[in-house]
Design a protein. Structure first.
Length: 302
């Protein structure tokens, strides 16, 4: 079986990569690997101090910039201030099953951060992107549904895992519809996606501190099975630089896609629903006030 490691990354000198949430976890690991290959890596992070600490552990051309995906004003400010060409945008930052919270704009925290923030960022930067957009999803997308009647969990009891799955399904629907629009606009930019499998990152640290006994036990049991953040970043790197098809989705090749070398993987039937992807895109434009900047594609019949 063909394997892919960080050592196989091509020389990236002269290329600019923007990575959201690059101060920890798989985002930090991806930034480290790409910077080591000569890329200029922009760490787009909510906490500048943490971003600078992370950058100090890396070698290469690092640029730390503030970006709070839970605040559309911050997303717009980042896009307005960063005007350089972008070879690869990696939509990596995310939240996983926190207590119910709201973004600065009033959206449910996971949907607003994981999907809407990246939706706005990508479209605002798209005129200067010349390579790929990689969006990090999760195997949890398989249990997700898009609750258009209550996207922000205002009328039903909040279920953090269901909200997370919704946001990760949204990531894949966004990836697919973005690629459709890019193709119809005649753009050579590719939209791809990846998921890290079960990676030992800080994404669920709050479970041990705030969660129930069941959640703490789940964390303790899963940790020994998880792969490192460096290995967890490999599907993202694979989707960013390997010869993958438009709209391709990468994940670990091992049992249940939990760990192992990256490869192209499948996605749920719901994540392949083109009509659902178009509907979500329209709603996302309405919620964020940000539209696809390369012209409006025609509407396909189902």
């Amino acid at each position: 079986m063909t394997t892919f490691t960080a050592a196989e990354l091509p020389v990236m000198t002269g290329r600019t990569v923007v990575i959201t949430g690059a101060n920890s976890g798989i985002g930090r690991a991806a930034a480290h690997a790409l910077a080591a290959k000569g890329a200029r890596v922009v760490l787009a992070v909510r906490d500048l101090a943490k971003g600078r600490v992370a950058a100090a552990t890396m070698t290469g051309d690092l640029d730390v910039r503030r970006l709070d995906l839970a605040d559309l004003a911050s997303v717009r400010a980042f896009a307005q201030e960063f005007t350089d060409p972008v070879d690869i945008l990696i939509n990596n930052a995310g939240l996983m099953i926190p207590p119910l919270g709201r973004t600065a704009d009033g959206f449910e925290l996971q949907f607003g951060t994981n999907h809407l923030g990246h939706f706005a960022l990508t479209n605002l930067l798209l005129p200067q992107i010349r390579g790929r957009v990689v969006t990090v999803s999760s195997n949890a997308h398989r249990t997700g549904r898009i609750g258009f009647d209550d996207l922000n969990w205002e009328r039903r009891p909040y279920r953090a895992m269901s909200a997370y799955a919704q946001s990760k399904l949204a990531n894949l629907l966004f990836t697919a519809e973005l690629q459709r629009r890019l193709t119809e606009a005649g753009s050579t930019v590719l939209s791809t996606a990846a998921h890290p499998g079960l990676a030992a990152t800080h994404l669920v640290d709050h479970l041990s501190a705030e969660g129930s006994l069941r959640r703490r036990l789940q964390t303790l049991l899963l940790t020994p099975l998880a792969q490192s953040e460096q290995d967890g970043a490999l599907p993202t790197l694979f989707a960013a630089v390997a010869d993958v098809p438009a709209g391709g989705y990468a994940g670990p090749s091992g049992l249940l896609q939990g760990r192992g070398a990256p490869k192209l993987v499948g996605r749920s039937k719901t994540a392949r629903d083109a009509a659902l992807a178009r509907r979500l895109w329209t709603v996302s434009e309405e919620l964020t006030g940000v539209a696809f900047p390369l012209g409006q594609p025609t509407t396909l019949t189902s």
